[in-house]
Design a protein around this ligand. Structure first.
Ligand code: GLN
Length: 560
């Protein structure tokens, strides 16, 4: 697999694999941990007993902030500390953050740990991606392999993301929450150790390009962005209700408003980078910015995997498993057991929409486990009999599994097209990726009709199908985006521009929460997926229109 590629690629591949192992392990259990009721008999098994809403707000804000910091980490690496040091520093911070979450409770260690991870990712993520690209710029013979290199790197990301959910399930069910968080921390430290051990293979790529005379000093940039960002956040959080009325929000919640307002100065910083640049730099940055803008839509649709699609897996998908599988799965604690004995459950309509009282609180009634809501009575078990189900978290691994499975297929298709002289340009691939993403949402539209709008359980094949399609879209877009940033950035700003790429993830992530929150707002569940369809299609067309211009810029400066 690493044949034809620089010696440094396996170093970065496994470092990033371990980093993402920890990252997605924590992400996969974070909401479950926060909402898990305290356990009086065994403290290690109990979580933070937080309300759903509060937990998902913290989750959404965390997921947005963790991708906002790469902009600062990239800037500092480009100009001050260099890529390797930034990666080691960021990795250690994240490792300590995960271990810190192993300390129970919501005291200072909880918030401090989250902060460490958020800052750590800022130093780690853009810089390891920038280094991958730099490896290929060192020698002429490696250059044509850059895109394939990013594809391989992306597989490493997803091997980590695939395995971690199983480790998390076993650790938390067999030992307790702390063990799962420790596993994330240990994985991260292993990644750092691997990186340090292989550092000599990337030494050549770890060179900082000198700043240009006109470049603004780092301190000034930070002052110019941080101050206004903080002011905008305050305006979003407090100003909007003060100006528009106590309950008013612009983007659905105070935290959305604060975050998205705070992004305005950061986005403006990138725009002014372009406005002030001249000649070649101006063209290069000018080609990347519209792509960043458009891929926001991709992440807004894609990251509903953690919300809308997980709700679909949890409530509307047939997760029943045959007894033979159940025995094996139980040894690994990958099973959720439900029964029909009565307990307080959220009241829903026939389509699974949770009903609220006048104060907006969920109404509770006595009923069997909610899983039975849309299951015909004939399939109900007797009250004392447990029904084994595949744990909902396991559906989180499907996407990563498909990345590993389908990467060779997608790379093969490009190679096949290349032999015919028809391989699309990198921006062309991004546009195709968005088109395929649009199509993936139609699979879910079909699923909502097949289940009579949630009245019956859906086969898990619908989810597998939508994930398979969106993963092909992701493979045309996400690794290609990293490669494109590496090719088009002015060399002295590579990591900063990587930060811009992740900034679009951050904004997309926040919007994804907003979109999936609409799921219950419409009578028919297909509406939310149709909105996703329209957004992705629109974004695909926008990029398609820009392709000729972007291709021109690439031909001028990168030769392809
Ligand atoms: N899944 C990819 C990763 O973890 C892409 C994440 C992103 O850019 N939003 O790197």
């Amino acid at each position: 697999m690493f044949k034809n590629h620089p010696r440094g690629l396996p170093v970065l591949f496994f470092t990033e694999m371990w980093e993402r192992f920890g990252f997605y392990l924590m992400l996969g259990i974070f909401v479950l941990y926060m909402t898990d009721p305290a356990d009086a008999t065994n403290a290690a098994m109990g979580g933070l007993a937080m309300a759903d809403r509060e937990a998902s707000d913290i989750f959404g804000t965390y997921l947005a902030l963790v991708y906002l910091t790469p902009f600062v980490g990239g800037l500092l690496a480009d100009r001050v500390i260099g890529y390797s040091r930034a990666i080691i520093f960021g990795g250690l911070l994240m490792g300590f953050g995960y271990c810190g979450l192993a300390i129970p409770g919501m005291g200072i260690t909880f918030w401090l740990s989250l902060l460490l991870i958020i800052i750590g990712n800022g130093f780690f993520k853009p810089n390891i991606s920038a280094l991958v690209g730099n490896l290929y710029d060192q020698q002429e013979r490696y250059r044509p392999w850059k895109e394939a290199g990013f594809n391989i790197f992306y597989m490493g990301i997803n091997i980590g993301a695939f395995v971690c959910n199983f480790v998390a399930a076993v650790a938390r069910n067999k030992i307790g929450w702390w063990a799962a968080f420790m596993a994330a921390g240990i994985g991260m430290f292993l990644g750092v150790a691997w990186f340090i051990a292989g550092r000599k293979h990337i030494a050549e790529a770890d060179v900082m390009k000198p700043a240009k005379p006109g470049d603004e000093p780092v301190g000034r940039i930070l002052g110019r962005v941080f101050g206004p960002a903080a002011a905008f956040a305050v305006l979003g959080w407090f100003g909007v209700p003060a100006l528009l009325g106590a309950k008013a929000t612009v983007f659905g919640s105070n935290s959305n408003d604060a975050f998205l307002f705070a992004c305005i100065p950061v986005v403006w910083f990138y725009v002014s980078l372009w406005r002030k640049a001249e000649g070649e730099d101006r063209e290069r940055v000018g080609a990347l910015l519209p792509i960043f803008g458009v891929v926001v839509v991709f992440w807004a649709v894609f990251h509903q995997n953690g919300s809308a699609l997980t709700v679909w897996a949890d409530r509307f998908t047939d997760r029943g498993m045959p007894p033979s599988t159940a025995a094996a799965a139980k040894t690994f604690d990958l099973v959720e057991e439900v029964d029909t004995s009565l307990r307080p459950v959220p009241k829903t309509d026939a389509h699974g929409v949770r009903l609220l009282d006048d104060a907006g609180k969920p109404i509770e009634v006595e009923g069997p486990h909610p899983y039975f809501n849309n299951l015909p009575k004939a399939e109900w078990t007797a009250p004392e009999v447990k029904k084994p189900l595949f744990s909902t978290e396991l559906f989180q691994s499907i996407n990563a599994f498909f990345v590993v499975l389908l990467t060779p297929f997608v790379v093969g298709v490009w190679a096949w097209m290349a032999r015919r002289g028809k391989e699309p340009s990198t921006p062309g691939k991004i546009s195709i990726g968005l088109l395929i993403t649009a199509l993936s949402t139609l699979v879910m539209v079909a699923a909502t009709y097949a289940t009579h709008n949630g009245m019956e359980k859906a086969s898990w094949l619908w989810l597998a199908g939508t994930y398979a399609v969106i993963t092909v879209g992701e493979l045309c877009l996400s690794p290609m985006g990293l490669s494109l940033v590496s090719k088009l950035s002015p060399p002295r700003l590579t990591a900063l521009m990587m930060g811009g790429w992740f900034l679009s993830t951050a904004i997309g992530n926040k919007l994804s929460g907003l979109l999936s929150g609409l799921m219950d707002a419409f009578e028919h569940k297909s509406v939310i997926f149709l909105i996703n369809f329209g957004a992705a299609l629109f974004a695909a067309l926008l990029i398609a229109i820009m392709v000729p211009r972007l291709r021109g810029v690439m031909q001028r400066y990168v030769g392809k």
